[in-house]
Design a protein around this ligand. Structure first.
Ligand SMILES: Nc1ncnc2c1ncn2[C@@H]1O[C@H](COP(=O)(O)OP(=O)(O)OP(=O)(O)O)[C@@H](O)[C@H]1O
Ligand SMILES: [Mg+2]
Length: 389
């Protein structure tokens, strides 16, 4: 990156003409899908990948392997890019703050990432904003964890404050032996939450530009299995008032944390009331279906926000859409019968591993039920293919 005086005085980016470059911290599927959107916008990308077989390299994209926590590697990423953004949250906001003092444009910025990478700070933020959330006790040792669990009548969910991803930092079983086995050693901060009787889970994507302009996607409904998102559909099929309220809360949070880029806000619906769960300040699994279902995808709008381009419309452009993750042992071969004009398969070019998200399928249809059925059928077919091969 060229450190010209403009950046040193004020780290803002002029609206970018095509040809500008975005450095993506991470090389996973989100980076791959951002790169696809970057092509359409005429933006270049470089990825700071974690390992040599990260998805970004399966698609011949530009990048290098390094450590997202290392100042030197991040400086290298910044050196040939105009702005840095994220594919994952395994970063240290203090290192990002250092880059900012050196004139690097980081979007979302270090203060936003400090919150987005830390469930304890999110808990404090929701308290401060008076947004309802599950009852929570923050602990850092096993005895206090057991105390909190008994306060919640034994029905609790435990979450590491930092470093959790794809359910790995979340324990849904609060029985004593399981908690003992799971509880991280050392001074790790853990949130103990009352396990709420979740009826429905939804997520809202809101995109905020540097000047504070925001666009919001209608809520999607998410279905989890084993703490990992398995199905997403739109419309969410919840009361319109609840949709509006969720979108309003998402905007309130986006403003409070001054995010530049996309923010996913996850909610539980319980007795017709919303409880906020957590945030992700990056494109999110719950927004993948925006590629086919919305006027502008979450990936394009994120890049628009971080590069200073005008935000695109978020309207739903299909009657209904559903996304199913493809999770499996080995990658299945795509069969002819998997192809349909209403079914879109996205493989991430990943080395298969048990429980790893290898891709996703989005189906569009007249109704959500049809879309879910089609997406699931195709995902299962691909997973079955993989088990047989
Ligand atoms: N307090 C709670 N009560 C009931 N269920 C919960 C609670 N907290 C979390 N869960 C369940 O566990 C899932 C994962 O929790 P959470 O979203 O906090 O973790 P995560 O690992 O960051 O998730 P991901 O990265 O997959 O979005 C939730 O989507 C929900 O299904
Ligand atoms: Mg979650």
């Amino acid at each position: 990156m060229v450190l010209d005086w403009k950046f040193l005085l004020s780290p803002t980016l002029d609206p970018m003409a095509p040809g500008h470059r975005v450095g993506i911290v991470g090389g996973g599927q989100l980076a791959v899908m951002m790169a696809d959107a970057a092509d359409a916008l005429g933006l270049g990308i470089t990825s700071l990948a974690q390992v040599a077989d990260d998805p970004i390299f399966s698609f011949g994209r530009q990048g290098f392997v390094g450590d997202a926590l290392d100042l030197g590697d991040l400086r290298r990423l910044a050196s040939d890019n105009d702005v840095l953004t994220f594919d994952h949250e395994l970063v240290d906001y203090r290192v990002l703050a250092q880059l900012e003092t050196e004139g690097v444009i980081v979007r979302p910025g270090s203060t936003t990432m400090a919150i987005a990478t830390d469930k304890e700070r999110q808990y404090e933020l929701f308290e401060r904003l008076e947004i309802a959330q599950p009852e929570t006790v923050v602990v850092s040792d096993l005895d206090s964890a057991f105390e909190a669990i008994s306060r919640f009548d034994g029905a609790a969910v435990l979450k590491t404050a930092r470093g959790g991803y794809d359910g790995r930092g979340v324990l849904l079983d609060s029985s004593e032996a399981v908690v003992r086995e799971w509880f991280p050693p050392g001074q790790t901060t853990v949130l103990v939450q009352r396990r709420v009787d979740v009826e429905i889970e939804i997520a809202v994507q809101v995109v905020r530009a540097q000047d504070g302009t925001m666009v919001t996607y209608s809520p999607v409904r998410t279905v989890q299995s084993d703490g990992m998102c398995s199905i997403v559909h739109i419309p969410a099929e919840i009361a319109p008032a609840l949709q509006d309220e969720a979108m309003e809360i998402a905007r309130k949070i986006a403003e409070a944390i001054e995010v530049v880029g996309i923010l996913a806000v996850e909610f539980f619906v319980l007795d017709g009331e919303l409880l906020v769960n957590e945030l992700a300040a990056r494109p999110h699994n719950s927004g993948h279906l925006t590629i086919e279902a919305s006027a502008t995808s979450q990936f394009e709008n994120h890049l628009r926000a971080v590069t200073g381009l005008p935000l695109g419309p978020t309207d739903r452009i299909v009657s209904a859409a559903a996304m199913a993750n493809i999770v499996g042992q080995t990658r299945g071969e795509l069969q002819d019968h998997s192809f349909s004009p209403d079914v879109f398969i996205h493989m991430y070019g990943k080395t298969p591993r048990p429980g790893r998200k290898l891709g996703h399928v989005t189906a569009i249809a007249d109704t959500t039920d049809q879309a879910i059925e089609r997406a699931l059928d195709t995902a299962k077919e691909l997973e079955q293919e993989s088990e047989m091969s």
